[in-house]
Design a protein around this ligand. Sequence first.
Ligand SMILES: [Zn+2]
Length: 352
Amino acid sequence: MYNTDTVYPFWRTKPQQVWDMLHSLKKGQVHHLCKSAGGYDIPYATYGEKQDYRGTANYNSACGARNPKYYADREGRKPTIMLIGATHAQELEGVMALMNLFSLLETGRDLRGEKVPSLLAAYEECGCRLVIVPIHNMDGRMRCEPDSMLGETHQFMRYHGQGTWKDGTLCEWPDCKTVHPLKDAVDFLGAYYNDDGVNLMHDDQFCPMAEETKAILRLAKDECPEAILALHGGSNVPNCLLQTSYVPDYIHKAIRLLAEETAALAEARGLPNRVDPVPDKPESFPPPSFNLTTALHHVCGAVSCSYECNQGMIDPWGRYAFTAEEMLLHHYSLFEAAFRRPWKELTPFFCE
Ligand SMILES: [Zn+2]
């Protein structure tokens, strides 16, 4: 295991580095999301003016009234985009990318010292409000010793991510989800979880166990974003946007379009991708989980999706392993595609 940030100076994902970055912001504003189960402050940052959506009802009620504009009248408003890092705290690629985005927004150069003109131009043209939660699961990050999974094995990732059962064997995936909260069932609690052993992605979304879940749902409801991108790491997958379960078809189509546009920008940088189809809806058992990404859509109507980044591990299956820089550039492709997206065309209800 090595400290990634000594090898790659642009890889800064330690909690102290994130706090230092947030304290240094001049253009962005820093806010308090909530305290974690372990008692740590979880901050977030915003750029651009908060958009007043003039809502008179919550989203569910507005949909019941057959027009989401009772929740949010988006006419004449700038879009709001919400970016969430490290809900699973061993998946630090997104934190690294968000730290570089902070640097770009603040200084015009990222932590490599590079300008990324196409990304900044897309951001300027978009004129959006940005809401950035760099480390959602702060407990997991505080517990996670490695700064990345670069050059590590599958077993190493499972140990630090999912932890070990009482008998010392690894909590494998998806078996790590068979007990929840997990805290009392494990010997070593991985960075997937907060200090109470809650995996925020699979909290009870309608009556959450974790304050971190409640707080992020509240933030989405309050900010009313057009898009929510949850930044995850997915072992050595080709980078992709996952289709979100239990959302309307126009949201699936919007995710597909964003995935295609991200892939086009990434391919221009020589990076591989996967673009998932708009899903059919066959009867299936077991049903897909109603996870945090789904819940975030249902509190505000946003195009909410999870992005999975290749983690650059020593590849147990012989697939492609990203370098640190490739991870950064792929995130840039996603951010640029998100800034360029004409969000209002994708949510026709909002424009009525
Ligand atoms: Zn994840």
